[in-house]
Write a protein of this length. Structure first.
Length: 385
C-alpha cells in the first residue's frame, strides 16, 4: 500500500470547475457549500437523499444564474452516485457518520477519474480509502478536516527547527454556541468508552476512548482547555511521517461539565453495562443545544511538539484560533484543497500527504480571509530531566 507521503508527481489536467458535495444538508456539508461558493468560482452541486430539504436549506442561494444546484444522491444506491458525478471535477464526501458509510463515492470517483476529498473522522474508513486509492489516477484526500489534514500542516510548522521529534500533542477546542447535527454527535459518542488507537512508543496502542484528560494552553480568548482522548484517523501516518514516538489527539468542549458528563458516560461502556451511547445521540444533541446558549462561537486547534535540537530538549506550539465562526474550522482543509485541485496547482495523484498539501504562506492567507489567527510560539529549550 502506498503511504500518503509516497504520492507520484504528474502533469495534472485542468479540473472541470464543478464540485459535488455529498451530504450537503448536514452540519459540515452546509458549511462546505457556503464556503465553496464564496471562496471559489466553481459550480457547486449540493447532493443528498432529500432534495426538498436541500432546496429549503439553500433557498436563498438557488435561482436563475446561480452557481448552485441540487441533486439526489444516496450512497447506498451506486447509480445515483454515478449520475451525479457526470461533468464533475472534484467530489467531496461530507455525509456522516462515516462509521456506517459505504465506499460508493470513492469507487465511482476513481472509475470516472474525478478528484476525491472526504471529511472522514473515522480511522477505519480512512484506512480503506488509502488502500483502495494507492494506484489512483487522480488526487485522493481522505480525512481532510482537522485531523490529519490541518494538524499535519501545523505540526510541520511546529517541528521545522527540530532535529528529532519525540511527541505531538494535538488538540481541538470547539465552541458550544452552534447546534451540532445528529451525525456529528453520533460520531463523537462512537468512541466514548470504546477501544481506540493512539500512537505510543512508535506503534499503535489501544486505549479507552474519552479518557486520560490533559490540558492544552491556547492563546486568548480560549486559554487553558482540558481535553480527552478520542478516536481519529491519521495518528499513525503523522507518527511515521515525523518519526515521533507519541502522537495523541484530544478534544475539549467549551462547557466543562458537558465534558465531564461525556467522560462519565465512558465508564458504563468500559464495564460493558452499555454497549454504546450512539443510540442516545439525539438526547445528547438536545442537551448540547440547551446549554449552547451559554457558549460562544470561538474555536481553536493546536499542536504542541516536543523533541531535540542541537542535543537539547525543545518544545514548540502552533495554534489556529477563530474568535468567531470557529465551527467552520473543520471545513477549511477541504475547501482549500478543492481550490488547489480546481486551479491545477496540485499535480500529484493517489493519496495526498496530510502534512504537505498547502504552503504556510497560503494557509496564512486562507486564515486571514476568514478572520482566523495562526500563532507560532518559538521553539524553547526544556529541561531534559
Amino acid at each position: 500500500m502506498a503511504a500518503p507521503g509516497d504520492v507520484r508527481r504528474v502533469t495534472a489536467p485542468t479540473r472541470r470547475p464543478t464540485v459535488l458535495v455529498v451530504g450537503a444538508g448536514g452540519y459540515f456539508g452546509r458549511q462546505l457549500v457556503e464556503e465553496l461558493l464564496s471562496e471559489t468560482s466553481a459550480r457547486v452541486i449540493a447532493a443528498g437523499r432529500d432534495v426538498a430539504r436541500l432546496e429549503q436549506t439553500f433557498c436563498d442561494r438557488l435561482g436563475e444564474g446561480s452557481r448552485l444546484s441540487v441533486t439526489r444522491v444516496d450512497l447506498h444506491d451506486g447509480s445515483t452516485v454515478e449520475a451525479a458525478l457526470h461533468g464533475v471535477g472534484v467530489c467531496i464526501g461530507a455525509a456522516g457518520p462515516f462509521q456506517k458509510l459505504p465506499q460508493t463515492l470513492l469507487h465511482a470517483a476513481l472509475a470516472r477519474e474525478v478528484a476525491y476529498i472526504d471529511l472522514s473522522d473515522d480511522r477505519r474508513f480512512c484506512d480503506v480509502v488509502l488502500a483502495r486509492a494507492a494506484d489512483a489516477a487522480v488526487p485522493v484526500a481522505t480525512g481532510w478536516s482537522v485531523l490529519p489534514a490541518l494538524v499535519g500542516v501545523l505540526a510541520r510548522r511546529a517541528t521545522e527547527a527540530f532535529d528529532v521529534v519525540t511527541s505531538l500533542d494535538l488538540s481541538i477546542a470547539p465552541g458550544n454556541r452552534m447546534p451540532r447535527a445528529h451525525g456529528t454527535v453520533a460520531s463523537l459518542l462512537a468512541s466514548v468508552g470504546r477501544p481506540i488507537e493512539v500512537w505510543r512508543d512508535g506503534a499503535c496502542l489501544t486505549v479507552s476512548g474519552w479518557s486520560e484528560p490533559a490540558p492544552f494552553d491556547y492563546p486568548a480568548p480560549v486559554g487553558r482547555r482540558k481535553g480527552w482522548l478520542v478516536d481519529v484517523p491519521g495518528l499513525d501516518v503523522l507518527g511515521r511521517t515525523f518519526g515521533a514516538d507519541r502522537v495523541e489527539f484530544r478534544v475539549g468542549g467549551e462547557i466543562g461539565f458537558l465534558n465531564v458528563l461525556v467522560s462519565a458516560l465512558a465508564w458504563p461502556v468500559r464495564w460493558r453495562i452499555v454497549p454504546s451511547w450512539v443510540p442516545c445521540a439525539g438526547l445528547l444533541r438536545c442537551g448540547m443545544a440547551l446549554f449552547g446558549r451559554f457558549g460562544t462561537s470561538v474555536g481553536a486547534v493546536g499542536v504542541e511538539a516536543s523533541g531535540r535540537r542541537a542535543g537539547h530538549g525543545v518544545r514548540a506550539r502552533v495554534t489556529l484560533v477563530a474568535e468567531h465562526d470557529g465551527h467552520r474550522i473543520p471545513v477549511l482543509p477541504a475547501v482549500e484543497m478543492a481550490r488547489h485541485l480546481l486551479d491545477g496547482s496540485e499535480p500529484r495523484t493517489g493519496p495526498l500527504p496530510p502534512h504537505d498539501w498547502i504552503g504556510w504562506d497560503d494557509l496564512l492567507v486562507s486564515c486571514e480571509r476568514r478572520g482566523y489567527r495562526l500563532n507560532c510560539a518559538e521553539a524553547t529549550m526544556v529541561d531534559d530531566g
